[in-house]
Design a protein around this ligand. Structure first.
Ligand code: G6P
Length: 366
């Protein structure tokens, strides 16, 4: 195993650093947006659908939540995202014109498979999976698929599977938009260019590791943490909080920053680190006033800001500059430092990073 790990201490760290390769392999050979990326019948199915239902668990569920922002803004189709174990047991209103999407690293998660079957029982036959395992039950059960090329993921906490799922989902948003006549050639070429540059952009974010280790040492003796994001970065905040819980056993919660005043602000003291995702987007000014609310209560902010966002470090506000603002694909880049933060916090606390207590890589029973 030592040889396999190379310079890395754990599989999780190795897998975090594999992301430029994993993302590169996932988009390899894609020169233009074509429905066939998702299967032979994709063009016809995408033309017919008027709604999307995404079903998934864990980290894959957060990929689904991120995709909702992309699909609704680029393809203009309404998206519902549900936790698979909840969907299968509630009365819902089926729409035969829905595209049912499952997202799963393993393709074997029992709850997600059962939710898919439930949707089918309700008469929804248009099914697609974003999956990392070509030979899995999920791929067999769905009409359409997109295989991510993360490669085998060993660390229980998902890293490269998540970012490659996001790439697949972004491609899906573009493809549905194109089929529906909502994507012009100029936009298509721009997005493809951005996707192609992603491995390099991720590489630049990985180079922030030494600064993040400095933060992790300060997190190691905390028992609670809050993660803030807005818009399409809110699901990324949720994923950051989940990662920290899973491997460092620090209790962490994510909030959309505008919701602070409706509850979590009561928890903010000097003991509460508040990790903030602060991309330079149209919500930045709003976010800055949310950060002000935290500072005013003595909360300690740890901010990932884009280099052009003009946020400055100050007393009680630690700052790491992200190399570049990445537009609609920014959630993918902002995931990376959160992975590194939870990884190094867990290492500092001495937990079993690759095999956290009570958790399994793939949950094939209910
Ligand atoms: C388990 C894993 C998570 C994963 C979830 C869903 O809880 O520990 O990392 O996100 O299952 O797994 P899937 O294979 O369906 O993506």
């Amino acid at each position: 195993a030592a040889a396999e790990l190379g310079p890395y201490r754990h599989y999780m760290q190795k897998e975090i650093f594999e992301q430029p390769r994993a993302v590169g392999d996932t988009i390899d050979g894609i020169e233009s947006i074509e429905p066939e990326l998702f299967g032979d019948d994709a063009a016809k199915i995408f033309k017919d659908i008027d709604n999307i239902l995404i079903l998934a668990c864990g980290t894959s569920y957060y990929a689904g939540l991120t995709a909702k922002y992309w699909i609704e803004s680029i393809a203009k189709i309404a998206v519902n995202v549900e936790i698979a174990s909840e969907y299968r047991y509630r009365d819902s209103v089926p729409n035969p014109k829905s595209l049912v999407i499952t997202i799963s690293q393993s393709g074997e998660t029992a709850d997600t498979l059962a939710a898919l079957k439930h949707a089918r029982t309700l008469g929804m036959e248009n099914t697609l999976t974003i999956c990392n395992v070509q030979t899995s039950a999920m791929v067999r059960e769905c009409k359409l698929n997109f295989i991510t090329h993360a490669g085998v993921e060993i660390g229980v906490a998902s890293t490269k599977a998540f970012t490659t799922q996001l790439v697949g989902l972004f491609l899906l948003a573009l493809t549905i938009a194109k089929v529906k006549g909502r994507l012009n050639d100029v936009q298509e070429n721009q997005y493809i260019k951005q996707l192609r540059h992603l491995p390099t952009a991720i590489g630049a974010v990985l180079a922030l590791e030494p600064q993040i280790i400095g933060w992790a040492d300060r997190f190691a003796n905390k028992e609670n943490a809050l993660f803030l994001g807005r818009g399409m970065h809110y699901p990324i905040a949720m994923e950051g909080a989940l990662k920290l819980k899973e491997i460092s056993y620090i209790h962490a919660e994510a909030y959309p920053a505008g919701e602070l005043k409706h509850g979590p602000l009561a928890l903010v003291t000097e003991q509460m680190p508040v990790v903030t995702i602060a991309p330079n987007d149209e919500l930045l000014e709003k976010l800055k006033s949310n950060m002000q609310e935290v500072s005013a209560r003595g909360g300690e902010l740890y901010v990932f800001a884009d280099s052009d966002s003009k946020i400055k470090a100050s007393e009680g506000m630690h700052l790491i500059h992200m190399p570049e603002h990445y537009g609609k694909l920014s959630p993918i880049l902002h995931t990376i430092p959160l992975q590194l933060l939870s990884y190094h916090t867990a290492v500092a606390r001495g937990t079993d990073v690759d095999k956290p207590r009570n958790l399994a890589k793939s949950v094939t029973v209910e």
